[in-house]
Every structure is written in C-alpha cells, then in structure tokens.
Design a protein around this ligand. Structure first.
Ligand code: ZN
Length: 181
C-alpha cells in the first residue's frame, strides 16, 4: 500500500467503500501514522468527533476520535464519556457491550444533513493497537461509547441508517434518497 495522506478527503454515502468490510492493518508503519494524523486533521476541519478509514476511502481497520469533555462528558467518570486527547484505534476489537440498547441522536460526516435516533448499548469495551504498536483497552460510556461503536461499525460497512429507529428511518427517507441520486 502506498497512500499520499494529502490526497485523502471525506467520502459520502453511497460510496461503495462505506458499505464494505475493511481489511486489517498489517503493521504500524510511518504511512499508517501519517494517514492517522491526516484523518485527525480532516475530522477537526469537519468539526466531527470521530472518523474511520473507510470514510477517507481506505479499506483499513482504523479509526480516530476526539470526544472533548463538557456537556455532562468527562474523562473522570467510570467509565469515561470523553477523551483526554485525540485517540487512534488500529485493528480494534469489541470485547463486550453492557446494558440494554437505548436511542440517541447521531449524525455522520459521510451522511450530510442526516440525523436520527440510533439504538446502541450504553457501555462498550474495546481493545485496539495504538500508533506505537501497543495494545490498549478502553471501557467507554456516554458519548465516547456512542462514538466508538459508530466508528467501529464503519469498519464493518455498517452505517447509522442500518441502526436507526423505525421512526428516524422514515423521517430521513427522502434525505437518503437525495444522497443516492
Ligand atoms: Zn459515521
């Protein structure tokens, strides 16, 4: 693989890569680090809190997120609902979910103008590799948990459209059709 990070940009639905299961990242190389940096910049520019590699056209199992504290979010709670600093997850694995699914409104940088209630369990534990090649685990709640689950879904080609409540699905139907045409 050889990617020029400067050429990456955010792709929108219905781009095929968003509907495709991404491939594992074989090794943490300088290229992977540069791509992750570029993804963090693109996420900031778009004022997002998470971005997955398929959203920049790469079939890589990698996502970045930065969920700032405030509005009831904190790094101090157990589990935390915000990040202390931007985080990179390479080849993440979901280890467990906790609690019954509940609705919460989500949007997606690859689905402009579309927001809807998505059903997810409140707490998730994920394991991943960081850019130094170290394995880490994170148990997350609140918006951080939402964000981890949302970005992880992107790696399996799953979008919020697939997890929305029936009501939100109906409400967003014409906006989805606009994106498709
Ligand atoms: Zn998304």
């Amino acid at each position: 693989m050889s990617v020029d990070p400067a050429t990456l940009s955010i792709v929108s639905f219905p781009d095929k890569i968003l509907l495709t299961r991404a491939r594992p990242v074989p090794a943490i190389t300088d290229e992977v680090r540069r791509v992750a940096e570029r993804m963090l910049d693109l996420m900031d520019e778009a004022e997002g809190i998470g971005l997955a590699a398929p959203q920049v056209g790469l079939s890589w199992r990698l996502f970045v997120l930065d969920v700032p504290g405030g509005e009831g979010r904190s790094t101090e709670t157990d589990p935390p609902s915000a990040t202390a600093s931007p985080m990179v997850f390479v080849n993440p694995r979901i280890l467990s979910f906790e609690g019954p699914v509940e609705p919460f409104e989500e949007g997606c940088l690859s689905l402009p103008e579309i927001r809807g209630d998505v059903l997810r369990p409140p707490i998730v534990t994920v394991e991943a590799t960081d850019l130094e090649g170290r394995t880490f685990q994170l148990r997350a709640g609140g918006l951080l948990s939402r964000c981890v689950q949302h970005e992880y879904d992107h790696l399996d080609g799953v979008l919020i459209l697939d997890r929305m409540t029936q009501k939100s699905r109906l409400k967003t139907r014409s906006a989805v059709r606009d994106l498709q045409s």
